[in-house]
Design a protein around this ligand. Structure first.
Ligand code: ZN
Length: 100
């Protein structure tokens, strides 16, 4: 009897969670998949990412204020690190949000 009760609950939960995650991953994966281009900062040969340049930094944030992953933003490792520092400085002086 306990087996009979446990199984349907578990499967229901798993299937609903898994389905949601899979669809999300598919949606997230396709727009970021660009192989041809370099990262946006290397392409424009920007060596220093200015923390006061809100319009540039805001493109690297979600609308909730989180920083996009490297895969999502398309930045190279070095530029992502610079962008991270710039965003955190900008947050500290309150020109970018920590969260919304
Ligand atoms: Zn780069």
């Amino acid at each position: 009897m306990p087996r009979m009760l446990k199984k349907p609950i578990g499967t229901n939960r798993n299937s609903s969670f898994g389905g949601g995650r899979q669809t999300r991953k598919k949606r997230m994966g396709t727009p970021g998949a660009r192989e041809r281009t370099q990262c946006r900062f290397c392409r424009n040969s920007i060596k220093y990412i200015d923390y006061k340049d809100v319009s540039t930094l805001q493109k690297l944030l979600t609308n909730r204020g989180k920083i996009y992953s490297r895969k999502r933003s398309g930045n190279c490792a070095g530029c992502q690190r610079k962008a991270k520092k710039a965003i955190k400085r900008a947050r500290y002086i309150a020109i970018l949000p920590y969260t919304t």
